[in-house]
Design a protein around this ligand. Structure first.
Ligand code: GFB
Length: 317
């Protein structure tokens, strides 16, 4: 369902603006002639419902990109289930409650492809949601993100709010987290290959390396979010992906090639979890809305490595 929404002249809050996705959305909004609102952690605790409501009543955003969340890779998710479930539920309920209270005209909630069942038919269509068991390592984050989708639907149904949801695939790019324990696979591999190249050592890959993952450069994701904010209004969440996936082992070799360490040794650590075997999403609905990605994986890895070297990201450089 098309839903034209003009950002020009509007007060637009990017919740989570210091994160990788939030930062990319702020970059993308520079070309939209709108007033971008942001609030740092030191100014606003997004898990504090009262504080969020007061802040929203003072600043009165007219549109919200809900990109704030506690995020992390497979080990972080498996290690801190309370943080990933509770903090994300608190953030979502605070911001949705405040948005309806102050009459936010349009809100886009950002979820994740981990919301889908572990063994979904591939590519995964939006209709697959809640049709099977979740992947145990990130079920906590998945439940919190599914709750966000349901909140958007509930506010649309009960109050007629134009709140929508986007489900990005695995994202990477400037502002990523390169910490070897907490990060996602792609930034971890960039840092591991960077370090291995300096010592001539092997590149360690968690798990078997056989799972497949889809990746989307974060600035493409931000562009898709603005596209949806401006042109989509509907009950269903929309998958945001590149439409291509790659095995972790082949991804490792691609990163080694881009970072000029193609001859390095690769070793796998089967004691680490593989997670879901595959989660390639069907992006037909987004393409039917007129959007397609611009940055391919090889180019995206090269840009991410430059960002890493420039210290653009947590534990980068
Ligand atoms: O990116 P990742 O941590 O998360 O792991 P998921 C993807 C795959 O890469 C897994 C393997 O099979 C990992 O075992 N892998 C290999 C590594 N080497 C490494 C490494 O050094 N670091 C990491 N992190 N992985 C996430 C969810 O699942 O997907 C998040 O946990 C979020 O909540 C995100 O939903 C989109 O792709 O398995």
């Amino acid at each position: 369902m098309a839903g034209q929404f003009d950002l020009a002249g509007k007060r637009v809050w990017v919740a989570g603006h210091r994160g990788m996705v939030g930062g990319a959305i702020v970059r993308r909004l520079a070309g939209e002639n709108c007033e971008v609102l942001t609030a740092g952690r030191e100014e606003l605790d997004l898990t504090d419902q009262r504080a969020v409501l007061d802040w929203m009543r003072q600043t009165r955003p007219q549109a919200v990109f809900l990109a704030a969340a506690r995020v992390g890779g497979i080990m972080a998710n498996a290690s801190f289930p309370v943080d990933f479930l509770r903090d994300n539920l608190l953030i979502e309920t605070a911001i949705f409650t405040g948005a309806q209270d102050v009459g936010v005209e349009k809100l886009l909630f950002l979820g994740s492809s981990c919301i889908y069942p572990k063994f979904s038919d591939q590519p995964i269509r939006e209709e697959a949601l809640l049709t099977g068991e979740l992947e145990p390592t990130n079920q906590w984050y998945a439940i919190a993100k599914i709750a966000g989708i349901k909140l958007a639907q509930a506010y649309r149904q009960q109050y007629g709010c134009d709140y929508i949801s986007a489900m990005p695939t695995n994202l990477y790019g400037p502002g990523d987290n390169f910490d070897l324990n907490a990060s996602h696979v792609l930034p971890a591999l960039i840092r591991k290959v960077h370090l291995a190249k300096q010592t001539g050592g092997a590149v360690e890959v968690w798990g078997t390396g056989t799972p497949r993952r889809e990746f989307l450069y974060v600035d493409d994701c931000a562009d898709a979010c603005v596209h949806l904010m401006q042109g989509y209004s509907g009950d269903s969440h929309i998958n945001v992906g590149s439409g291509e996936d790659i095995s972790i082992l082949d991804l490792t070799r691609l990163v080694m090639d881009v970072l000029d360490y193609a001859g390095g040794e690769v070793v796998t650590d089967p004691t680490k979890p593989d997670g879901t075997p595959r989660k390639l999403m069907d992006n037909r609905r987004l393409r039917d809305l007129g959007w397609s990605p611009k940055v391919d994986l090889r180019e995206g890895v090269a840009r991410s490595y430059q960002a890493f070297l420039a210290g653009d990201g947590r534990n980068a450089g």
